[in-house]
Design a protein around this ligand. Structure first.
Ligand code: HSE
Length: 315
């Protein structure tokens, strides 16, 4: 049998969306691409272009390769394909809270699965991706697109993906420093009060209901969080002021994107305030001696998908 290649595009994601810690996520219109060729010989070649390229391992430790291996082992095909050529083109900023590791995991799983004639369903890929990543809130939107609600039930991941009634734009302020998810999780307490738990259950539920119903008035009160952001404030200088600046400039809400350090502002498309919000956020960061750049993203509806040649970033 000859070698087989495929090209996959996977959206970056923002997890938590404020109150939905480890539960809510959203797929954004910023993408990483992977071209995977499975080899019948034990040779691994990895080429990486784009964001953070020099920081990503190009050997057996590479997360895309580990995810490809994971799927091959699940399919019992690791003997048939002991090697691969991996070409990555990354646009999603590395280690900034926009799901770069989830895009890598999902792209490796999806690409290998397509090359094995879709041996596994998308739900099974979600399960594998969660097992690799440890939590589902980034891998779910990376796979399915849209906003996602995910839970773990006896080790199994359940996800519902939905498209809100309100058309939204996301303004992401990317500060010029890295923050590892591990460090950001170490900042969290092991226990929280019932009061804080209720605060978040209410807001996370209200956020989903408001998005589904298109209720932008209630939406404005639904992005606050008591479970993780307060404990992470000191890891992202100016976080509170950036949130306030974004809302003052017209955003309906603002949150730490995933485990940070990016901050994401949620705006209504009809308000056309993304430029003002981006400027306000970077200015508020600057007041804390943090350089940041702002990008505006839309909602990705497709999730991970096979790319035909004409769509490629290379064009
Ligand atoms: N939900 C995770 C966290 C981020 O806030 O630690 C997802 O990678």
């Amino acid at each position: 049998m000859g070698e087989k290649s495929i090209r996959i595009r996977v959206p970056g994601t923002s997890a938590n969306c404020g109150p939905g810690f480890d539960t809510l996520g959203v797929a954004c219109t910023i993408y990483n691409e992977l071209e995977l060729t499975l080899l019948h010989e034990p040779r691994l070649a990895i080429e990486i272009k784009g964001d953070g390229a020099s920081k990503i391992p190009q050997d057996e430790r590479n997360i895309v390769w580990r995810s490809v291996r994971y799927l091959l082992e699940k399919a019992g095909a690791q003997g048939e394909y002991p090697g691969a050529v991996i070409r990555m083109e990354n646009r999603v900023p590395l280690s900034r809270g926009l799901g770069s590791s989830a895009t890598a995991i999902v792209s490796g799983l999806k690409a290998a699965n397509v090359l094995l004639d879709n041996r596994f369903t998308r739900r099974e890929l979600l399960q594998f991706a969660t097992e690799i990543e440890g939590h589902p809130d980034n891998v779910a939107p990376a796979l399915f697109g849209g906003f996602t609600v995910s839970i773990l039930q006896h080790g199994r991941t359940e996800t519902i993906s939905f498209v809100p009634k309100l058309r939204m734009k996301f303004v992401v302020a990317i500060p010029d420093f890295y923050l590892s998810t591990k460090v950001a999780r170490q900042a969290l307490p092991e226990q929280v009060s019932l009061q804080d738990a209720v605060f978040n259950v209410g807001r996370a539920s209200m956020l989903v209901a408001a998005l589904l119903k298109g209720n932008d008035k209630v939406l404005r009160d639904a992005f606050d969080d008591a479970l993780h952001q307060p404990y992470r404030m000191s890891l992202v200088p100016g976080m509170k002021e950036v949130f306030q600046a974004a809302k003052k400039a017209g955003a309906v809400g603002a949150a730490l994107s995933g485990a940070g350090p990016c901050l994401i502002a949620f705006t209504l498309e009809r308000d056309r305030c993304t430029q003002e919000v981006g400027e306000a956020m970077t200015k508020a960061f600057q007041a804390h001696d943090i350089q940041a750049k702002a990008i505006t993203l839309g909602l990705d509806l497709k999730g991970a998908h096979v790319l035909n040649h004409a769509e490629s970033l290379k064009k």
